[in-house]
Every structure is written in structure tokens, then in C-alpha cells.
Design a protein around this ligand. Structure first.
Ligand SMILES: Cc1ncc(COP(=O)(O)O)c(C=O)c1O
Length: 398
């Protein structure tokens, strides 16, 4: 029997539905994973990480396994600073916190900035894990549609102006994935980036910029919001999950010093010393810049394989945005209920993420599917889309 658990009054979210991930964790063996936003297995540097772990332990013995951690750990933060500086984001050490993945950075930012009075502005659709994080702190959202150039900042402005006129609370933060967005793959145009920063100043909110995919560009990309921000309003969140390995759990947040101080107090994982030391040791020999270029080329080619298969196998009525980087293609198929299509598609041998999972109301986006080209091989991508095309044709009754 369960005791009566005195849950905190601050807990906002009680899930009355299955968390979306549960469905997809039941994938039948052999099902082609166009759902998984994971790196391609062949691009995860497992042998290099093994060698780095051996070198680390040979050279340092127990140090990286103690609370105090490895003497290499500061090198990880320094490396992140160098990489950010190369992208025009010079950040002093006291404005940077290495976290257990970008997710912990989003959670810490939410923890220090939000309470149940707070309003959060988000893209609609957006990264579902971030949605769940924000819902742990507040139920108040401003949702802003996305088109092929990213967030519709004109619609953000309209909602802000209406709120101000009606005396309703304004957002405290805007969470955005401006580059190769999850789930739409879109990239916010340079004009809209300027517009967001201007609105942040005018309506006095902070911007949380999630740049989890920003390194994986197939061509040129606009400057990050952080690089364009002269007012220090942007909390920049980065990750090595997509460029090295998600299981390493290395991310970071760059933010004003006072926010970093408060986030450090609240971050009670004691720094996950071994993971940070191992990443630092790995980066010593990784030639990371070359690696990122290799990865971008590989994902570019996988994207092309997916786009060619979509053109060959989906009905004429289907449309999609062409991503210029990252992991995802967002497909719209009028007349489909993606959540209902999923079990049938899985039965036939392919999985995707239904559009509904990325919207706050869990209902919008029924005609949309997030397809990931990162994980499977080009052959499997082509086969997966062929199976999907057949399932879609069946569902449309043609
Ligand atoms: C937009 C976005 N942010 C953050 C993350 C999580 O990154 P991490 O593994 O560093 O926590 C993901 C992973 O899918 C993502 O898509």
C-alpha cells in the first residue's frame, strides 16, 4: 500500500495522459526509427571515447572518479568558451555553467525564472521535453506559430501588444530554438532574430535560446541571438548530445553572472565529474571542428535521401519544410490524424513522432509528422518512407 505522499504545492502538472515517449518506447523489433532524434550509431565516437576513458584513468587514477573531479574539468568549460567565441559569442567563465545536457540547462533556467504567475512564450510546435519542463513550473503560455522562416514574430508582437493593452501579464521568458528547430527543422530569419531582440527590450522579457542543433549546418546560418544580443538578455543553451553523444549528458548555459550563480546553487548533481572529465579528455584529440563538418556532410546526405523518398512516396497533397541543418523534416499531410496513423505505421514497420506531441494542447498539428533523418541509414530512410507512404495512402482511403 502507498503511504499518503505530501506532494509539494508547487507541482503543477499531473499527467492524465500517457507521456508521448511511452508509445514510442514500445517499438517492435526491426521497426525503422524515423522517430528518433538520436545521432546515427556509426557517428557516435564510441571507440574514441573508449580510448579517452582509458587515457584519463591511466593518467589520473581515481581523480575523475572522486567528488572533486579531474584537473581536466576546467578544460571542458574553456573548450566550450573557445567554440562559442568562434561563433561570435565571447562569454567570460563566470557567465557559463556546464550542465547535465541542455535539458538540465532548460530546467535550471525555468527553475530560477519561473513560478506559477509567470508567462512563458514558446514556439508552437516546440520541443516536447521543454514543454514538459515549463509545465512543471507554470500553466501560463503564449504560443506563437512557426512557418518556414521560424517563429512568426509578427504574431508574437500582436499578442504582446494585446496583453499590454488589456493589462494582462507579459511573458517573463521566450523559449526559442531558432536554428534547425525541433520539430520543424526551420531556421529563424535574420530579420526575425532582430525583431525578437527588439521585442525583448520593448516588453522586457528574457530570451532562452536553445541551440542544440546549431552546429549541424548544411550551409550558412544566421548569427545566434546570443551573438546579436548587446543587452545580455539571452540565456544561451548548448549541447554536445547531437555532435558527440547524448548519453554523455554534456550541455551548458551561458547567461548573466547573477543567473549563473543562482543556477549553480540549485544544480545539486555535484557536477557529474566523470562525464565532464571524459568529455574533456575526448576533446583533446577529437579535432572537433573537422568532426562537426563530417557530421554535417553526413546528415546533409541523409536529409537528401529523405527528401527524395518523400517526393517519391507521399501523396501530392503532402508538403514539408526543407531543413538546412539539424535532424528533422516536418511533414504536413492534409486529412491525416498522425497520432492515429502511428500504431498502424509501426505495425507496418516504421515509426515517426505525431505532430500533436509538440503542441501545448496536444491536439493541434494532427496533420503533421516529425521525421528524423539522423538515426537510420540512407537505405533504411528510403525504405521507411516507402512504408510510410503506403500507410498514408491506406489511411486516406485511396
Ligand atoms: C531542441 C532540443 N533541446 C535540447 C535537447 C536535449 O539535449 P540534451 O541531450 O543536451 O539534454 C534536445 C534533444 O532532443 C532538443 O531537441
Amino acid at each position: 500500500m502507498e503511504p499518503n505522499i505530501p506532494f509539494s504545492n508547487d507541482i503543477q502538472t499531473v499527467f492524465t495522459h500517457d507521456p508521448p515517449g511511452q508509445w514510442l518506447s514500445k517499438l517492435p523489433a526491426g521497426c525503422i526509427r524515423l522517430n528518433s532524434g538520436y545521432p546515427a550509431p556509426s557517428l557516435v565516437p564510441s571507440q574514441e571515447l573508449k580510448a579517452a576513458a582509458a587515457r584519463l584513468l591511466d593518467e589520473e587514477g581515481d581523480k575523475p572518479l572522486q567528488y572533486i573531479g579531474s584537473p581536466r574539468t576546467p578544460a571542458l568549460a574553456a573548450y566550450i568558451q573557445t567554440r562559442m567565441a568562434e561563433r561570435d559569442m565571447a562569454v567570460p567563465g563566470d557567465e557559463l555553467l556546464v550542465t547535465s545536457g541542455a535539458c538540465q540547462a532548460i530546467d535550471l533556467a525555468a527553475r530560477v525564472l519561473l513560478d506559477k504567475e509567470a508567462v512563458v512564450a514558446i514556439e508552437s510546435p516546440t520541443y516536447m521535453e521543454a514543454l514538459e519542463i515549463f509545465q512543471n513550473y507554470t500553466e501560463q503560455f503564449v504560443t506563437v506559430p512557426v512557418d518556414e522562416y521560424g517563429m512568426r514574430t509578427d504574431m508574437l508582437e500582436q499578442q504582446l501588444a494585446e496583453r499590454r493593452r488589456d493589462g494582462r501579464p507579459l511573458p517573463r521568458i521566450l523559449y526559442t530554438i531558432p536554428t534547425f528547430q525541433n520539430p520543424t527543422g526551420t531556421t529563424l530569419s535574420a530579420e526575425r532574430r532582430q525583431h525578437i531582440l527588439a521585442l525583448a527590450a520593448e516588453y522586457d522579457f528574457l530570451v532562452v535560446e536553445d541551440d542544440a542543433y546549431g552546429e549541424l549546418a548544411f550551409g550558412d546560418t544566421p548569427a545566434t541571438l546570443k551573438a546579436m544580443d548587446s543587452a545580455n538578455r539571452v540565456f544561451y543553451i548548448g549541447s554536445l548530445s547531437k555532435t558527440v553523444a547524448p548519453g554523455m549528458r554534456i550541455g551548458w548555459v551561458a547567461a548573466p553572472e547573477s543567473a549563473i550563480t543562482v543556477m549553480s546553487w540549485l544544480k545539486k548533481d555535484l557536477g557529474h565529474p566523470f562525464g565532464q572529465a571524459l568529455m574533456a579528455a575526448y576533446l583533446e584529440t577529437a579535432a572537433f571542428g573537422d568532426r562537426v563538418r563530417r557530421l554535417s556532410d553526413a546528415y546533409h546526405s541523409k536529409r537528401d535521401a529523405m527528401l527524395a523518398a518523400l517526393a517519391a512516396h507521399l501523396p501530392e497533397s503532402a508538403s514539408w519544410y526543407v531543413p538546412e541543418g539539424g535532424y528533422f523534416v516536418w511533414v504536413n499531410i492534409p486529412g491525416i490524424d498522425a497520432a492515429k496513423l502511428l500504431p498502424e505505421a509501426m505495425e507496418a514497420g516504421v515509426a515517426f513522432v505525431p505532430g500533436q506531441y509538440f503542441f501545448l494542447d496536444r491536439e493541434s498539428g494532427a496533420g503533421c509528422l516529425r521525421l528524423s533523418f539522423s538515426y537510420e541509414s540512407e537505405e533504411q530512410i528510403a525504405e521507411g518512407i516507402r512504408i510510410l507512404g503506403a500507410a498514408v495512402t491506406k489511411a486516406l482511403g485511396k
